[in-house]
Design a protein around this ligand. Structure first.
Ligand SMILES: Nc1ncnc2c1ncn2[C@@H]1O[C@H](COP(=O)(O)OP(=O)(O)O)[C@@H](O)[C@H]1O
Ligand SMILES: [Mg+2]
Length: 309
């Protein structure tokens, strides 16, 4: 299987590498190349066939579906793995929106609820809630973007200099409206959009939506049909996101500390690839297909020719 681990195109501009994406900087725009790298625990734990294309195309779908809510970065999709984006000055705050009491990491709302915290993003939750219950309404729990994720209070964003009051108000408005649109569309396709993270940037003096939108990498998606039944039985919802590979690594090594990690079992990699494709097809109503008439790097090179500097 042809996985896209890394790209190194010449002549497309200065290249930087995020965990999942390779970014080429051009004077007026960015080429965001989504690879098949799969990150968890702040490191690459596997490569998932077709994952890059699925994430890229899901983002492109949502950018299109939400452009009436807030302007976004999308200029063009010249290849299944590439978005040409308006270059913005990113705000150093991640706008996390949550609809359910869930999660297992230190910053997650369920972890904090269990520790006794009750005030979140402008609402006070009652005692006695259980894991995976819906929240009374969607809430915003911002985190810092520089370095390690750290939870912030809604009221801290402006005093910390992360945005002006006006910009922060606009980001919150947009985030809640985007999330409502996301939940509504996902629900019509049989999925629950559980939570997500938005990044915004400043472009021509305006707040625009950047990065990726409602992908299974930055959002949780649960299957709607089995949700009630599984919760009633005390089981976890059927998840279409990164959680299930994360669990395997936690059970089979120490992913935070081991220098090298075991290879994920092939059948799990194949299953994750299948779930990513399934959620793409269900959300967008399109059949997933990539041009496999040539190796992916060659194909991208060809599709990106017109962006050569
Ligand atoms: N339109 C944009 N303008 C400027 N920066 C962007 C834009 N879209 C995304 N970015 C940045 O590009 C990077 C995307 O690569 P990614 O692999 O997701 O990195 P990370 O490991 O930081 O999550 C992120 O740092 C993101 O903030
Ligand atoms: Mg990212």
């Amino acid at each position: 299987m042809n996985v896209i681990k890394e790209t190194n195109f010449e002549g497309l501009g200065k290249r930087t590498q995020g965990k999942v994406r390779d970014i080429y900087e051009q004077p007026a725009q960015l080429l965001l190349v989504t690879t098949d790298r799969h990150s968890s625990f702040d490191r690459i734990i596997a490569h998932i066939p077709h994952k890059g294309a699925v994430l890229n195309l899901i983002s492109a779908f949502w950018f299109e579906l939400t452009k009436d809510i807030v302007p976004n970065q999308l200029i063009e999709v010249p290849d299944s793995n590439v978005i040409v984006a308006k270059r913005a000055q990113p705000f150093l705050v991640e706008v996390v929106v949550r609809g359910y009491l869930t999660g297992v990491t230190d910053t997650s709302i369920w972890t904090n609820y269990q520790k006794g915290k009750r005030d979140f993003g402008g609402i006070t939750l009652p005692d006695g809630m259980t894991k995976n219950m819906p929240l009374p309404r969607a809430i915003i729990t911002p985190t810092t973007k520089a370095g390690h994720d750290e939870n912030l209070d809604l009221s801290e964003v402006v005093p910390r200099g992360l945005a002006t009051a006006e910009q922060w108000a606009e980001m919150q408005r947009a985030a809640l409206a985007l999330f409502a649109r996301g939940q509504e569309h996902a629900s019509s396709k049989g999925f629950i959009l559980v939570d997500t993270k938005y990044e915004f940037g400043l472009h021509d003096g305006k707040v625009i939506l950047i990065d990726e939108v409602h992908t299974p990498d930055n959002s949780r998606y649960w299957l709607k049909s089995s949700f009630e039944e599984r919760i009633a039985k005390g089981e976890e919802p059927m998840a279409f996101d990164k959680e299930f590979l994360r669990i395997w690594f936690k059970e089979n090594c120490d992913p935070y500390n081991d220098a090298t990690l075991p290879e994920a079992p092939e059948e799990m990699v194949t299953e994750l690839s299948r779930r990513y494709i399934e959620i793409y097809e269900t959300l967008t109503g399109a059949k997933f297909s990539v041009d496999e008439s040539m190796p992916p790097l060659e194909r991208m090179q060809k599709n990106l020719e017109k962006y050569m500097l």
